[in-house]
Design a protein around this ligand. Sequence first.
Ligand SMILES: *[C@@H]1O[C@H](CO)[C@@H](O)[C@H](O)[C@H]1NC(C)=O
Ligand SMILES: *[C@@H]1O[C@H](CO)[C@@H](O)[C@H](O)[C@H]1NC(C)=O
Ligand SMILES: *[C@@H]1O[C@H](CO)[C@@H](O)[C@H](O)[C@H]1NC(C)=O
Ligand SMILES: *[C@@H]1O[C@H](CO)[C@@H](O)[C@H](O)[C@H]1NC(C)=O
Ligand SMILES: *[C@@H]1O[C@H](CO)[C@@H](O)[C@H](O)[C@H]1NC(C)=O
Ligand SMILES: *[C@@H]1O[C@H](CO)[C@@H](O)[C@H](O)[C@H]1NC(C)=O
Ligand SMILES: *[C@@H]1O[C@H](CO)[C@@H](O)[C@H](O)[C@H]1NC(C)=O
Ligand SMILES: *[C@@H]1O[C@H](CO)[C@@H](O)[C@H](O)[C@H]1NC(C)=O
Length: 905
Amino acid sequence: MFLIISTVLLASLATAQYPEGSRYTPPISPGRGNWSQAYASARQFVCNLTLTEKVNLTTQTGTGATNTYQLGIIPRVGFRGLALDDSPTGVRGTDYSSAFTAPLNMAMTWDRELIYAQAFANGAEHRDKGVNIAYSPVVGPLGRAPEGGRNWEGYSPDPYLSGVSFGLTVAGMNAGGTIAVGKHFVLYEQEHFRQRIEWNSYDLPGVEFNITEPYSANTDDRTLHELYLWPWYDAVHDGMAAVMCSYNRVNGTQACQNNHLLNGILKGEMGFQGFVVSDDGSQHSGVLSSLAGMDMTILGETSPNGVEGLGISFWGPNLTQSVLNDSVPEWRLDDMATRIMAAYYYLGQDEGFPELNFAQGDLDTYGHLYPHAMEDFTQINQHVDVRDHHAEVIRRVGANSIVMLKNTDHALPLMSPRQLAVIGEDAGPSLFGPNGCADRGCDNGTLAMGWGSGSTNFPYLVDPLSAIQHRALEDGTVVQYVLDNYDTSLIDSVVSQAEACLVFVNADSGEGYIEVDGNYGDRNNLTAWMRGDELINEVAGNCSNTIVVAHTPGPILMEPWIQNPNVTAVLMAGLPGQESGNSLVDVLYGTVTPSGKLPWTIGKKREDYGTDVMYIPDGPEPNLNFTEGLFIDYRHFDQAGIEPRFEFGYGMSYTTFSYSNLRVDAVDASNASIGNDEPTHTVHSQMTANPTICPHHTTKLNASAYTFPSTISSVSDYIYPYLPRNSSLTTGPAYPSASVYAERSDIPAGGASALWDDVYIVSATISNTGETAGQEVAQLYLSLGHGEPVRQLRGFNKTCIEAGKDAEVSFTLRRRDLSIWNSPSQAWVDVRGLGGDVGVFVGASSRDLRLNGTIPAMINAKNGDHGGTVGQKGHSSLTTNDSTPFVTELSDGQPEVPVVTKRVL
Ligand SMILES: *[C@@H]1O[C@H](CO)[C@@H](O)[C@H](O)[C@H]1NC(C)=O
Ligand SMILES: *[C@@H]1O[C@H](CO)[C@@H](O)[C@H](O)[C@H]1NC(C)=O
Ligand SMILES: *[C@@H]1O[C@H](CO)[C@@H](O)[C@H](O)[C@H]1NC(C)=O
Ligand SMILES: *[C@@H]1O[C@H](CO)[C@@H](O)[C@H](O)[C@H]1NC(C)=O
Ligand SMILES: *[C@@H]1O[C@H](CO)[C@@H](O)[C@H](O)[C@H]1NC(C)=O
Ligand SMILES: *[C@@H]1O[C@H](CO)[C@@H](O)[C@H](O)[C@H]1NC(C)=O
Ligand SMILES: *[C@@H]1O[C@H](CO)[C@@H](O)[C@H](O)[C@H]1NC(C)=O
Ligand SMILES: *[C@@H]1O[C@H](CO)[C@@H](O)[C@H](O)[C@H]1NC(C)=O
């Protein structure tokens, strides 16, 4: 897969006018297949460590203890520890680093090379700042509800598009040199009630929250697998070495101490080799979280946001104690430390990794090394410029992500207009500068990033107005503008003189710890902010060529103005990062032909989505029941027969394309590649096993070996691994009996490399029937039957085609693309064995389907036909856990059900 990608990359870079030899030419992804080596090195390192040294690797040192989050300093062996930081949009809280586009825009490009290129650049910047572990990328939230505050940090509510994007981002960031942390595992789909303290401190007018637990996200096993876990399979396959578990509970159990999720599904079923780290405040227990499979704690402290528990940890000294008193077996601690160090070796961080050279959140050159304790005044920021030529990647992602939804009478591209009007606060700079509000927690001036921990500082922000003026000078265009959304009469007079009127609107969202204009992370509504709808109609009332540009974290409703004939063009620009204006101008003036496609549906009204955020808790322990099952976004619109305004996958170009020559070809089973990604690390989902990571466990010494050494002086509220001085060793309860947390005696789908075998190739011819070169995102949808959505995305291919020319595009279907999750057997089942043909559709969007064909059911499913699968007999009925039958009853004599499972070599 990566070989193919890198070849394509080289080809595309050749046409991209990137400076030769620049750093962002992504090399082939490292690491795949190197886990066994990484584990060998990790074992060698970890098995020589003492108990407190191993604990050091698992526990961060606390809020503000050190100037950037760190852990794992082991002076005895000269290990300087690991540094950690956010975010998906860049290195958080520093200077001389880039502000990338939101991951949303990466998805809007549907362009594998650009996704990988930007991820690589972000990874490289983290690395060059000395960050070993970066909290990015995001696929939880997936985007169940369009109002979800953090959706823009991820990609799309479609699991296939998200899976490709998430996997490529992991691979790209890893290749850039930092350990990409996939987050948040799992079902973290809204901000409201994600944490107790945070939400109880919010008092809305007339409402006082008093929750005792974070919400529990509850969904059936099949939905969990086919929607919310799907992208995680991609990331594991693409080399994800770290995962962050989420704030919410799942089925009533805190995600970070959910044995079924972490040990059972993530490490067992998926064969994840890396480590699991908590979010800031998502760890709710010491012993249970260790036993359930959590491996590292940030910030190390007990309480959400570190508010209550400064310097107090569930781990640190408590973990040392738990191992000493047998509450946690020492092999589990070995496993935690080994998984962390394996990730480090997997990325090759043991060679030439730069030292941490900045202080998160502090731009000063000099400051305290221990800011909370106000100790050790020294140089804390070397202001290393890590931006390289990444601005060009950002600009390209921005331009190629713009989705054109309307373009009547060739309103766009602009052709040397005599006079332009630029209207709306979102067009210009903020009075407070691009970094005027902490963590971008406000909506002032043009919007280029959402708010929260997924944000970063802008090194500069090219606002649309400056970029437009700069470009307009070339044509001698007169540019008038009004940035005050409320000055109606001035707006009227300016737009009535213009040949084209660009009106800018936005909507914002972010993380739940910040409130903006009454929006507590999640959006309160799906409309444009700051009277955007009225603004557009006012402009259109006096300008027959009104071009709307929207900067948003997700869909906005457009009904008040979309059919206004004076609204001649509409561009959705997402949250484009530092190059916002330049990317926009590229499309406005036709330097780049628009090629983005919607990664979600734009509905006509909020209710049409069928899912929403829970804004008022349904009790002290809120329950978020995903009763819609598989039917979110377009899956729901299709199922319920609701006409959207613009469907998933939609997006226009300055040229036109036609589709022909559909071919659907089976891949010769004997050519199926043999999976080389077999998990090499023993799966520890069963605590009954007693895996031996290290040959000798530390012999327990007397307490003084674990208490605070007299040789170091402690920094206040800093988390060390030591027991308090004068502690005595007490023997506590032995860890719970295996049955408490080992739910399954075996994991049929474990590793499941056969899922990745190629089984079908679908191809088609796309012709550029217009007058300009352009890129088309051809999309493949399947109708799988058996209770599955009407159609679901299972392939896409973005191709650049010259005017009047054709291109062959192909889509490779892997076995997983034809499989559904069978809960009773805990396995993926290939639908071809279940009877009924699979419908194949190729087109320009989820509703603009130009070609169709079929993939036949397998009459006699035997091994060989679908190489490496294991037939499974004897299922008299297959039902989901919630007892909804989803396949027809099978009896003897009917086709065997091909269960996709681990290849038997
Ligand atoms: C401890 O380190 C030594 C020297 O690096 C190495 O040879 C040995 O294998 C390590 N011990 C274990 C148990 O891995
Ligand atoms: C643990 O880390 C701290 C720094 O965070 C260091 O001072 C201490 O020596 C380390 N302990 C061990 C046992 O390596
Ligand atoms: C919140 O609820 C808990 C238990 O449900 C109760 O003990 C407590 O008094 C409540 N606090 C407030 C401020 O209502
Ligand atoms: C949650 O409960 C449902 C219904 O019992 C079950 O199907 C599903 O597997 C459970 N999921 C998890 C992650 O425990
Ligand atoms: C150990 O954890 C408990 C919470 O379970 C906490 O109250 C205590 O302060 C912790 N001890 C240390 C030394 O952090
Ligand atoms: C800045 O943004 C905040 C929050 O969105 C808003 O309340 C405030 O009015 C804005 N300030 C200006 C000058 O626009
Ligand atoms: C939607 O929310 C935004 C931001 O809070 C606000 O400006 C706007 O007026 C709201 N829209 C409606 C229709 O209430
Ligand atoms: C369209 O614009 C013209 C002015 O250019 C105006 O007379 C007309 O009323 C507008 N139509 C609408 C529907 O706003």
